[in-house]
Design a binder for this molecule. Structure first.
Ligand code: NAP
Length: 287
């Protein structure tokens, strides 16, 4: 039997319904609204697409929105200087920097330059540190989206074997903490796991599998444990076709739930970014 497809657009729609109610209450109470700034350095078509989705979501929720495009040659100092200005701009209540950044820019230093109260991407060191304690109010958008998708299956997480492929600071590490906090037995695989030829062995154990690498069809369908929940975060343009990191056509035959690419993780990430934007606005109000 084929897996059930986890429809990211439907899950995002539920998040938006909750946010619409919250936005109308915030308007009544505070007479002010959140304002999101997206910063894009250099031209990348994937980032353009993501920014368009953000703009559409923000405008339908009544969140203010601006996209700042900086040239690919922007230096580290220039970018950090600009971020300082946007930190001080009162109208801006949330800021997100599109990754990946062009070579030569230090993503960690740039993430740390954003005012943590305005960091709606959830990757300021303060938010990452809070995530370790399990009390972060602004988690990383992609890890929160992955958790939403897993929870949408209705599966109990307690004691489950969770395998995460990819250990990036944006996705792999934070999602592993979220699953660990829910008492999954969590394994993180990375490039050295593959280099030792052990990736398939770990993937075969996974009851919950999250793959966030950026290599089309790295995970073969034949490796998937029957009944596994498969969350494919990868987005790879392969011969003009968007593909995930998992060999979908084979994996769908054995998994219990699987995300498609596109239409799985992506729409939920935009929704969790909007939720973080509203959350950051509320935190600033309390300050
Ligand atoms: P990243 O920073 O490049 O991280 C990729 C990770 O994969 C690294 O931990 C890397 O390990 C690991 N890796 C590389 N080759 C591997 C291999 N052969 N076997 C096992 N692990 C390997 O990328 P990211 O920001 O986490 O993004 C991952 C993917 O998700 C990309 O395709 C990106 O476009 C996509 N993405 C999608 C969404 C969405 O909304 N759908 C959002 C964000 C990102 P090393 O660092 O040790 O090399």
């Amino acid at each position: 039997m084929n897996a059930q497809i986890l429809d990211g657009r439907a899950i995002a729609a539920k998040i938006y319904a909750g946010l619409e109610r919250e936005m109308s209450e915030l308007q009544k109470l505070r007479g002010k609204k959140p304002f999101l700034l997206t910063v894009q350095v250099g031209p990348t078509s994937a980032a353009d697409l993501f920014a368009r989705s953000q703009m559409k979501a923000a405008s339908s929720l009544g969140i203010g929105y601006r996209l700042e495009r900086l040239p690919a040659g922007t230096s580290q100092e220039e970018l950090i200087g600009k971020i300082g200005q946007w930190n001080r701009e009162a109208q801006i209540t949330g800021m997100t920097i599109q990754f990946p950044l062009p070579q030569g820019l230090d993503a960690r230093a740039i993430s740390a330059a954003v005012d943590p109260l305005k960091d709606v991407e959830g990757i300021h060191p303060q938010h990452i540190g809070q995530a370790v304690f399990g009390w972060s109010r602004i988690g990383t958008c992609t890890s929160l989206a992955i958790l939403e998708l897993i929870q949408a299956t209705g599966a109990q997480l307690y004691g489950k074997e969770a395998v995460i492929v990819g250990h990036s600071e944006l996705i792999g590490k934070p999602v592993s903490l979220l699953l660990l906090d829910r008492f999954c037995t969590t394994t993180i695989c990375h490039v050295a796991t593959s280099d030792r030829g052990r990736l398939s062995e770990h993937v075969r154990r996974a009851e919950i599998l999250v793959v966030a690498v950026g290599k089309a069809h790295l995970v073969r369908g034949s490796w998937i444990r029957p009944g596994a929940i498969v969350i494919d975060v990868g987005t790879n343009l392969d011969g003009g076709v968007l593909k995930g990191d998992v060999e979908f056509e084979e994996a769908v035959k054995v998994a219990s739930f699987i995300t498609p690419v596109p239409g799985g993780v992506g729409p939920v990430v935009v929704a969790t970014l909007m939720r973080n934007t509203v959350e950051a606005f509320k935190l600033q109000w309390k300050k």
